[in-house]
Design a protein around this ligand. Structure first.
Ligand code: REY
Length: 398
């Protein structure tokens, strides 16, 4: 499935060069055997933290480990199954970036060209490049900051809405740019709405059919869907429960929504199996040329122990192992999808609640258990203090 006929070449953006270096050793420490009891313990801790259900799947060179606990549906009490589908939020960004990198391979797009070359007049600052958009260095304000300032009413106001991507970009542009282009990493969904518009402009097709033709079908991902703007998750799936901002208020079943507020920044549905298949294929170089994968893995610092490439995040774990993937937060679901550098071990973990900082930081520990082995001491009830980098900066974490 590697897209053939592409010469290796490296384009080094001047601005990227001026950013502080990220440790070169990152990714060089090999993962240790997974601590499966540790994974199960983390999932149970997520339930104690308020998640109705939690699941994880590790794929390790053909060996599969699955763990689930809790319920998929609080009304019927159906137990969560490892195969249940769910909304993956911003893990969608890895799919979107992959499609764009394929278009670079096909010479339809240049990473260092201004977005304005392809979408004239969309952005007021004509200097913003495709690379800056895919690495969150465009300075475009994240419109979800004000959209979800109040979690439940903000969600209900958009639950059934259908936006055009241009409307979402316009919402961002009501605010001043957060930085000059290329200077600072600042996570913003606006970037990946623009990325989706680039895909549609360059291919002439809806973004959903490009996911389908370029990734979903070639990798035989049977649980992965882009149904926007349909409200429902097809087939057997977990219900997702949004945690209200007011302590003690009842969880809101957020399963049905258009996710039109996120689109190519976060509207895909998938399963733990498909996420592991996808990330593993990407990191093993099966979806892009080696040169384009190297571009995706050119890191800029993105918070403590983290770096961002092009639609891809790197997390440096406590044991020195680096993992590659993305997290996702959409009303009702949190997802962690990460793999080792060689793609040979992958972990997908998800819970069916969101807006719950305790659950989010608890689930982060699945990464240590999956890649660092038993060496990591998990102190009960103490979650590592970590900001969710894939949630807009001004959005409180519940
Ligand atoms: C959207 C709000 C966060 C989530 C976001 N998601 O940017 C992207 C992602 C797609 O995956 C919501 N939080 C929640 C709030 C906070 O409403 N006031 O947790 O369900 O990163």
């Amino acid at each position: 499935m590697r897209r053939a006929g592409v010469r290796a070449g490296t384009v080094v953006g001047a601005v990227l060069m001026s950013l502080p270096a990220v440790p070169a050793h990152a990714g060089s420490v090999a993962p240790r055997d997974p601590d499966l009891a540790g994974v199960r313990g983390v999932l149970r801790a997520a339930l104690r933290g308020g998640a109705p259900g939690a699941m994880a799947r590790i794929d390790d060179r053909g060996t599969v480990f699955r763990a689930t606990t809790g319920v998929a549906d609080r009304t019927t009490g159906r137990a969560l199954a490892a195969t249940d589908r769910f909304r993956i939020g911003s893990v969608t960004k890895v799919f979107t970036a992959t499609v764009l990198l394929q278009l670079v391979d096909e010479k339809k797009l240049k990473l260092d060209a201004p977005v304005d070359r392809y979408l004239p007049g969309l952005l007021p600052d004509r200097r913003i490049t495709v690379r800056q958009v895919l690495s969150h260095r465009s300075g475009l304000y994240d419109y979800t900051n004000d959209m979800f300032a109040s979690s439940v009413s903000g969600f209900e106001a958009v639950r059934k809405k259908v936006f055009t991507p241009r409307e979402l970009v316009r919402r961002s542009l009501r605010h001043p740019r957060t930085h000059a282009p290329g200077t600072v990493y600042s996570y913003s969904n606006t970037n990946f709405v623009v990325a989706g518009m680039l895909i549609e402009k360059l291919t002439g097709n809806p973004v959903g059919s490009e996911y389908e033709n370029r990734i979903i079908r070639p990798l035989k991902l049977r649980d992965t869907f882009y149904v926007h703007p349909a409200l429902r998750i097809p087939g057997r799936h977990a219900h997702g429960y949004l945690t209200p901002d007011r302590a003690g208020a009842a969880l809101v079943d957020a399963t049905e929504q258009t996710v039109s507020w996120a689109q190519s920044a976060g509207a895909l549905i998938s399963s733990t199996r498909d996420l592991n298949t996808f990330l593993s294929a990407l990191l093993r170089g099966r979806l892009t040329s080696a040169a384009r994968l190297a571009q995706m893995e050119r890191w800029v610092p993105a918070g403590t122990g983290q770096a961002y490439g092009l639609g891809l995040r790197r997390r440096d774990l406590s044991c020195g192992v680096s993992v590659y993937g993305h997290t996702g937060a959409v009303q009702g679901f949190y997802t962690y999808a990460f793999a080792s550098k060689d793609g040979k071990r992958s972990l997908a973990a998800a819970v069916n609640t969101s807006n719950n900082g305790t659950v989010l930081t608890t689930m982060l520990r699945t990464l240590d258990s999956a890649f660092c082995g038993k060496s990591v001491k998990v102190r009960r009830g103490v979650a590592p203090v970590e900001r969710q980098e894939d949630v807009a900066p001004a959005v409180p974490l519940g």
